[in-house]
Write a protein that binds this ligand. Sequence first.
Ligand code: GAP
Length: 465
Amino acid sequence: MSAPNIETIVSLAKRRGFVFPASEIYGGLGSSWDYGSLGVELANNIKKSWWRWLVHERDDIEGLDSSIIQNRQVWKYSGHETTFSDPLVDCRACKGRFRLDKLQDVSCPKEQSANAGSGKECDLTEAREFNLMFRTTVGAVSAEDDESALAYLRPETAQGIFINFANVLNTSRRKLPFGIAQIGKAFRNEVTPGNFIFRTREFEQMEMEYFCRPEDAPRIHQEFIDAFQEWFYSLGISAENLKLYEQTKEELAHYAERTVDILYRFFPERDDEEKQFDELMGIANRKDFDLKAHSKKPEDREGKRINTDSNEDLSYFDEATKQRFYPYVIEPAVGVNRTLLAVLMDAYTEKTNDKNETRVILKLKPELAPIKVAVLPLAKNKPEIVSMAKDLKRQLLPAMRTVYDDTGGIGKLYARQDEIGTPFCVTVDHESLEDNAVTVRNRDTWEQERINVSELKEHLQKRLN
Ligand code: GAP
């Protein structure tokens, strides 16, 4: 059984220190969240898995970390200044502000028009476009005084990759096909953020732009669609909670030839099965739009340079065919936060113990678990037991994230570790002092085994990998 709804995860996340509402002591800040000690470990483990799988295990992908604030021209030529907007409407009755294309999903904040989409009381204004980029200024001037000071917080990591295409190509001496991968924060002034960490104004993306010959793009696109489903399975997400969605012609971004979204069952409580699913990631064939858009070379039909600000031609010269062209781009774009939410929802299970109490077990894949092993002393007032447990923690730590915990009775400690997804607990008891053995408890089965300390590390390592 996965989590019955997002609210169950919100409550677990807060209770156990995965995610907290941001600025909480000042009343919060609409849909902003902070990641606690377990949340940051889980997010890091997801990012590590993505990076290792794409950048380290393949040999055709380079890494990059570009700036959040770039020259404003980046967003002019990418099209974000003119097209990265949502259509907004206001309700004159309830003063609510909604996205025109999402009216059916929202509730009126004042309830006069209980559902903005269907409520007859709704008195909507004409739609107007609202640009989602956060504006800022660079230097000690305001944008009102000096337009040239205007800059944006990046709304996606992708453009940082396109504008570095020539740098990476020249320094890595790559030939097509190859990819550039980046993980980093992105910012969008979303009109209707919500559903916990599903849609927020500040979030993190893992994006990879894969450059290839135009004729290879459809095949490579399909390969990444298949590969990313496998990657989600490897994170423990079950196939029944994932679904592919082929964007229709009307939905496709202006630059995209084909986009397939991988959806996750984020809203299992909804009656309509189709509405239970929403976007986890998108995999787009962006054609040669971006490299062309940022190049100084391309001309329009009248022979006028389209980009008058770029100093670089981002075309590619193929030594074999002696042809110069703009590579096509396949872009798998994943949200860290949505992946974390999907991982938590899918790992959530409940089990009843022999006292008929319901316990939460977070069946995280060991690779993702924030803590791999918890060493627990059975009697914390016995110095020899405490000292042996602390020693064990130190011995295991270089190989696996291990914690020592003596903050409660053994039943409570086991329950806590189950709830945060720790695959193994190691208990040191009175007998351990005699036989140099400890009890290893399995999170998922609650089975316990007696293992000699000399074999403990290897025993755990085998099971964690
Ligand atoms: N470069 C392409 C691009 O940015 P996108 O579909 O807008 O595509 C990619 O974003 C992924 O980033 C989404 O599939 C989602 O996982 C995540 N994402 C986008 N907007 C988000 C938001 N407001 N909050 C949380 N995650 C978001």
